[in-house]
Ligand binder design. Structure first.
Ligand code: SF4
Ligand SMILES: [Zn+2]
Length: 315
């Protein structure tokens, strides 16, 4: 294992290395898309994702680049429902929707509590609503929002890694116990949770990255999550570029993502997905990148292992 170097990683250092934010409009989401996902009942159905524009997350995680599309100040009451209404008007009809807000849905400086009712009303015809949250922002507000909703509420929580020292270095300001306590709270209250797990955070080699992603999947399922999503670490936020130049961070390989996804699916403990956005950066072989992306996408949907890709880059 790599020596865990004594880098002083804190909010100030991370923020000092950032570039500029993108220009965003508080009355429009900064993006939306529709993708197929295997649902909790095993059906493959379209899921809409709305990338809400709101105030920046109060945490400053080392690997995070979500601040790029946020505002410095809270958006006014009514702006978030307006964004959702606008996005739903753009997208085809879907039964499931993810509201991703570059932070925590239950951060009231990002999503005003006064908006919960209108948001719930806009979502009344959906089957599932998935929001994201920092584990330490899981509290009674989740129940308040859930009680207003007709669709089932699922909450995605960043576990990131169960490697204690690396989790500290990520500046996530949480422990693995915070994560499992939040999952227990949600489970006790009948809310499904899913875990975001990083593949190869900084300061880990490729094989360590695989090992710790697999241990993190084990931990997430033993805590009670219903689903895990493996996210290959990308960087591109200033601090991560700095670490990359120093040799303290390298992009994981797409083959490692395949290996960890296979591991997770074989556990049969719940749904396991690989994040398949922008996978081209995780491979230097243009002969198989499309085939590997297709394989990962198909495994996400089928939750079965598909024949491995044969390519000269395997040898
Ligand atoms: S909690 Fe999530 S959104 Fe906030 S800084 Fe960390 S990774 Fe980014
Ligand atoms: Zn190849």
């Amino acid at each position: 294992m790599n020596e865990i170097r004594s880098l002083l990683i804190n909010d100030q250092w991370i923020v000092s290395l950032r570039g500029n934010k993108n220009q965003v409009n508080p009355l429009r989401p900064y993006g939306w898309l529709v993708e197929k996902e295997r649902t909790i009942t095993g059906k493959i159905e379209d899921t809409g994702i709305i990338f809400l524009t709101n105030r920046e997350c109060p945490f400053h995680c080392l690997m995070c680049d979500l601040w790029k599309n946020t505002t410095d100040e809270s958006v006014p009451v009514g702006a978030i429902p307006a964004q959702i209404e606008w996005a739903l008007g753009q997208m085809p009809e879907v039964k499931h929707v993810k509201l991703y807000n570059s932070g925590s849905f239950f951060d009231i400086r990002a999503i005003p509590e006064e908006d919960y009712k209108e948001i719930a009303s806009l979502l009344k015809n959906f089957k599932t609503v998935i929001v994201e949250s920092h584990p330490r922002m899981i509290n009674d507000k989740c129940l308040k929002f859930r009680n207003m909703l007709t669709p089932e509420l699922h909450i995605a929580l960043g576990l990131e890694t169960v490697h204690h020292e690396i989790l500290m270095k990520l500046n996530k300001q949480m422990t693995v116990d915070d994560f499992s306590n939040s999952v227990s709270f949600l489970t006790k209250n009948g809310i499904h949770s899913r875990a975001f797990i990083l593949l190869r955070p900084p300061l880990l080699s490729e094989s360590e990255g695989i090992y710790w992603a697999e241990r993190s999947i084990d931990f997430a399922f033993s805590s009670g999550v219903e689903c895990c999503t493996i996210i290959p670490v990308r960087g591109r936020n200033g601090a991560m570029d700095f670490l990359m130049k120093k040799g303290d961070f390298n992009l994981p390989h797409i083959k490692s993502l395949e290996e960890v996804l296979e591991y997770g699916i074989e556990l049969k403990s719940g749904r396991v997905f690989a994040d398949v956005w922008d996978l081209g950066i995780f491979s230097k072989c243009n002969k198989c990148i499309e085939l590997r992306t297709k394989r990962l996408t198909e495994m996400n949907l089928s939750q079965e292992i598909i024949t491995p890709i044969k390519c000269e880059c395997n040898y």
